[in-house]
Design a protein around this ligand. Structure first.
Ligand SMILES: Nc1ncnc2c1ncn2[C@@H]1O[C@H](COP(=O)(O)OP(=O)(O)OP(=O)(O)O)[C@@H](O)[C@H]1O
Length: 248
């Protein structure tokens, strides 16, 4: 049997005195679109950073395709779309340059793009509907377009695992629809998608499964079960859907 795409085993992460994750366990297979749900500070970004190998667990272990995250990252198997606040948008690179970064691992030491790299970048830009903005500076895009550029980087990279940290925050309806449809297509190609979102109502359409996080995984099930009021109450401590709010 092949290793799970993402295998988080009993992971604990501290930032100084803050316990961000406390015995988190999660296993995801190929073809899953898993929604990661939890209140602010529940550890969603930390979980993604642990899977990327950007944060080292104090306890427990993370395996990606059966390998340590750093190895999986170097091989290009895994791609991360960070929260907008974590990116320096003033960096003087074009949208095409950002997507080409996904090809670095394919280019050897010279980092000189070859025809195959240019073709992969063009195809990825097409898939996220950004071909007409390819030469624009990344900071001159809207929030939703920036997210799409980062998704395109993961596609050009050929990543089999995509981690998206709140890709719908501050995003217009067109970008939301483009990204949602794309995540379904990527999963249908056998890739694994983990996506954190505060948009609970979008969960059933967006995801094949969902996780409730509060420093550890409280529940990993279908979107419908995760959205049960009693389950949401475990993670948020109140009736987030019953009060008619669209987001957590
Ligand atoms: N670099 C850091 N240094 C110190 N504490 C941190 C750091 N990063 C995160 N934390 C703390 O760790 C906890 C988990 O943070 P994390 O960003 O993983 O949560 P989150 O679920 O992604 O939150 P949000 O929904 O607000 O993005 C929070 O209490 C946060 O304040």
């Amino acid at each position: 049997m092949s290793a799970p795409a993402i295998d988080v085993r009993d992971v604990t992460v501290h930032y100084g005195d803050v316990v961000a994750l406390d015995g988190a366990t999660l296993r995801l297979g190929a073809g899953a679109v898993c929604g990661l749900i939890g209140m602010n500070g529940s550890g969603k970004s930390t979980l993604m950073k642990s899977i990327m190998g950007l944060v080292r667990p104090d306890e427990g272990q993370v395996l990606v395709d059966g390998r340590p995250p750093s190895k999986a990252r170097r091989s290009g198997a895994i791609s991360y779309v960070p929260q907008s606040e974590d990116v320096d948008w003033a960096f003087p690179v074009s949208v095409r340059d950002v997507v080409m970064m996904g090809r670095y691992g394919h280019q050897g030491f010279t980092r000189r793009p070859r025809a195959a790299d240019r073709a992969a970048v063009a195809e990825a830009l097409d898939r996220v509907e950004l071909a007409d903005l390819a030469d624009r500076q990344i900071g001159a895009l809207s929030g939703g377009q920036r997210k799409r550029a980062f998704v395109a980087r993961g596609i050009a990279q050929g990543a089999s695992i995509l981690l998206l940290d709140e890709p719908f925050a501050g995003v217009d309806k067109r970008s939301e629809a483009t990204i949602s449809a794309l995540l379904g297509e990527l999963a249908a190609e056998g890739r694994t998608v983990l996506v954190s979102t505060h948009d609970l109502h979008a969960l059933p359409e967006l995801c094949t499964e969902a996780v409730l996080l509060l420093r550890r995984v409280l529940l990993h099930s279908t979107p419908a079960e995760v959205l049960e009021p009693a389950n949401l109450a475990m993670a948020f401590g109140l009736d987030v859907l019953g009060r008619g709010r669209a987001t957590a």
